[in-house]
Write a new protein. Sequence first.
Length: 131
Amino acid sequence: MACLRHIMVESGSIGKVLVELTDENPETVEKFLKILPVEGRANLWGEEIYFKIPIDKIEPENPRQVVKEGEIAIWIENPSLCIFFGKTPVSTAKEIRAYSDVNVIGRVKGDYEIFKKVKSGEKIKVAIADQ
């Protein structure tokens, strides 16, 4: 089992938000950790924030389209960090759906709804939080 690790997601409108990494997709998590720190500009798609990350290719590792509020994932089709805090345009009444398969890498600790404050184009920074 992977040791407990955290990343910090930060922007001007939300401050710092702690994310607990999962051991559901260890290869994806390790690949992501190697590129940190990273930053990008927020794209909004319904209640999802995403931005491209500097990874050439992500292999499917327990891929899924149905996600939970507060989950953080890597989009497989075009490697991007995705932060889900509510419904997307392809969600159904009963579930939150990603556009296509993602590998979930973590979950927001605390109130994920704070991401509703993020504006399109806002700078998002992600770094390792563990000391």
